[in-house]
Design a protein around this ligand. Sequence first.
Ligand code: NAP
Length: 277
Amino acid sequence: MAYTNFYNGNQMPTIGLGVFRVENDDTAKEAVKHAIVSGYRSIDAAYIYGNESKVGEGIAEGIKDANIKREDLFITSKLWIDDYGQENVSDAYHKSLNLLGLDYLDLYLMHWPGTNETLLLETWASLESLYNQGLVKNIGVSNFNIKHLEMLLNHAQIKPVINQVEFHPNLIQTELRTYLKEQNIKMESWSPLMNGEILSNPVIKNIAQEINKSPAQVIIRWNIDHDVITIPKSITPSRIEENLNVYDFKLTHDQIEQIDALNQDKRIGPDPAEFNG
Ligand SMILES: NC(=O)c1ccc[n+]([C@@H]2O[C@H](COP(=O)([O-])OP(=O)(O)OC[C@H]3O[C@@H](n4cnc5c(N)ncnc54)[C@H](OP(=O)(O)O)[C@@H]3O)[C@@H](O)[C@H]2O)c1
């Protein structure tokens, strides 16, 4: 398993399992367990996905079956917008911990910036407080654009370690990536496979054929080559394994450029400048 280093000296697995749109039943449990047994060490959860209890069961069973310790895993969850505000954050954090059956998270993210700057800053200060009390190992943000980040960095005591954003070949986020690099904040991609849509793209399929890998592996490798942490979602055992199996090849400079050229600044999710839950 390869790891990416944060500015604060901590690190996180470069590839993890996403669990958005996974039913809160044995599907979630089995996918998470299979991922851990197959070598995954990072799981990307969120309160709003409504499946933290079954994800938690998968974590517990995965730890047992893979014969590892809790500390070997890196578990992320996200604070939903309804729980923003100083008086709500600690309760929301403990709500997620209880559902997941854990006593700490490795990473807690503000899920979206929202449209209220005062609330954003107050909420970030509450995440800082969780961090300062040693209750969470790392804190970060999700769906922040450059404007949100500039505003946050003007006020924050603690810089986020990560910004988790939509990133795939149709949305390559060049400006944001450059800005994050300058600030030493890692980028993490959500919907790296564009929720499956990009896998049938002829350029991606052609590169995959050239190097005898799958389209998903090509895109996951392209994330790594751009120093982007990624969390492809799958509930299919063979795909879960396939998506982690990207360290025995590299893309050429030309192949990376071909994928970059697919950019259309096209989002499949909401625009972070407007979204408010
Ligand atoms: N912070 C945010 O606001 C935010 C927003 C969206 C997502 N996320 C996170 O990012 C994660 C990933 O994004 P996503 O779930 O939207 O989509 P994704 O990872 O881009 O794509 C998932 C889709 O691709 C399919 N797939 C996965 N691996 C494949 C493979 N090797 N070959 C063929 N098809 C494959 C999956 O099918 P099967 O499952 O049927 O195998 C599923 O339909 C989420 O689960 C969540 O953790 C965060």
